[in-house]
Design a protein around this ligand. Structure first.
Ligand SMILES: Cc1cc2nc3c(=O)[nH]c(=O)nc-3n(C[C@H](O)[C@H](O)[C@H](O)COP(=O)(O)OP(=O)(O)OC[C@H]3O[C@@H](n4cnc5c(N)ncnc54)[C@H](O)[C@@H]3O)c2cc1C
Length: 113
């Protein structure tokens, strides 16, 4: 595949390179694609609420989890989704973390600078 010249919208689309396909001999092909939640954080963080499928439960607006000062977003909350949604969650989480750190709530929880 290669990228075409930009179309009217300016987007370069992938187009086939004729005759570029080839065969690669193999005995076994393993597809290494993760589409489920990595359970490490959930399993080692007491008090972190998760769904039955081991995704982290977070408020959709603040991205706060059941654990104070822990925020979550992206695929680990929604399940497999898109980069755009994960980026949006990152922005929301950043704003929420900023509010948490600057509102005094962090200090009230007994933490120091
Ligand atoms: C095969 C495939 C194709 C896709 N194609 C598209 C596409 O064309 N367009 C699109 O929009 N989306 C696509 N997606 C979905 C997209 O990749 C995800 O929605 C997006 O990457 C989610 O971002 P995230 O930051 O939430 O999670 P991730 O990108 O998965 O990032 C999580 C990170 O945390 C790390 N991590 C996990 N556990 C720990 C731990 N315990 N400690 C430290 N680090 C840890 C992981 O290694 C990883 O780097 C595709 C997904 C797959 C699997």
């Amino acid at each position: 595949m290669e990228l075409s010249e930009p179309d009217a919208s300016g987007r370069r689309r992938p187009v086939e390179i004729k005759g570029s396909e080839f065969l690669l001999p193999a005995d076994v092909v393993i597809i290494g694609v993760g589409t489920t939640a990595n359970p490490l954080v959930q399993g080692s963080t007491p008090g972190l609420e998760t769904t039955p499928r081991n995704y982290i439960v977070a408020d959709p607006e603040t991205l706060r989890t059941s654990k104070r000062g822990v925020f979550a977003g992206g695929d680990i909350v929604t399940g497999g989704a898109t980069v755009i949604l994960a980026m949006g969650a990152g922005r929301k989480a950043a704003a929420s973390i900023h509010a948490f750190l600057t509102s005094g709530e962090w200090e009230k929880a007994g933490n120091r600078e």
